[in-house]
Design a protein around this ligand. Structure first.
Ligand code: C5J
Length: 223
């Protein structure tokens, strides 16, 4: 069993019981003209997570580990969009409205796609989620339990929103989460630091934090 040097203490990886969970690496968050940019954010701040996540993704595939992708977004008729979520931010152009990459955060639109650098391979599940957490209103939990998965290696954006919400949901359901610092990203450097600190604080109250290099070293052992 490979041991990964992590905070607050070593994470014993069991590859057969682990999945790589890549959260919301979508054009709407990482490319100009999407939801993230319309909220006033500098999307370039997230792009540093792409290369390390790609390296971990390829290593996980080579090691035969389960890989699951998520996307935040809504049905074209917006029937799964809570009025409160739509109203939040008082945006002139918000969720469901037409933007440069199609309707904002709507399934099937270009902006909703996972960025090409991290495109899912055939057979890798893609979980479409209407909320910030990947367990809310999805079949992610059933998918993990049916595969006997108890450990999640977590990458994605944004650290303090969908990554943190998902890790907290997973933790309450009994999954062990290892979050990779350089494979996550925030529009706000202070939230990136705080989001990771909150996970590993108090003896790992929500999980563990490591980086891609340490996971790559562990996965090489499993190939
Ligand atoms: C946000 C996300 N930030 N994927 N979504 O609205 O973190």
């Amino acid at each position: 069993m490979p041991t990964i040097d992590a905070d607050p203490y070593a994470f014993d990886l069991r590859p057969a019981a682990a999945a790589l969970l890549i959260i919301d690496m979508q054009r709407d968050f990482l490319e100009p003209g999407g939801f993230g940019a319309l909220l006033g954010n500098d999307v370039s701040r997230l792009r540093g997570a792409i290369a390390p996540t790609s390296a971990v993704l390829h290593a996980a595939r080579a090691a035969g580990m389960a890989v699951i992708h998520t996307r935040e977004g809504h049905r074209p008729d917006l029937s799964d969009l809570a009025p409160a979520k739509r109203a939040r931010g008082r945006l002139a152009c918000g969720i469901g409205d037409p933007g440069p990459m199609g309707r904002i955060l709507v399934r099937g639109e270009t902006g909703h796609d996972i960025i090409p650098e991290l495109a899912p391979a055939p057979g890798e599940p893609v979980v479409d989620k209407p909320g910030k957490g990947a367990f809310y209103a999805t079949d992610l939990e059933a998918m993990l339990r049916s595969r006997g998965i108890t450990q999640l290696i977590v990458c994605g954006v944004t650290t303090e929103v969908c990554v943190n919400t998902t890790v907290r949901e997973a933790n309450d359901r009994g999954f062990d989460c290892l979050v990779l610092e350089d494979c996550t990203g925030s529009y706000f450097p202070e939230f990136q630091a705080a989001g990771l600190a909150m996970i590993r604080a108090q003896g790992g109250i929500f999980g563990w934090v490591a980086d891609s290099a340490r996971v790559l070293a562990a996965l090489r052992v499993c190939e």
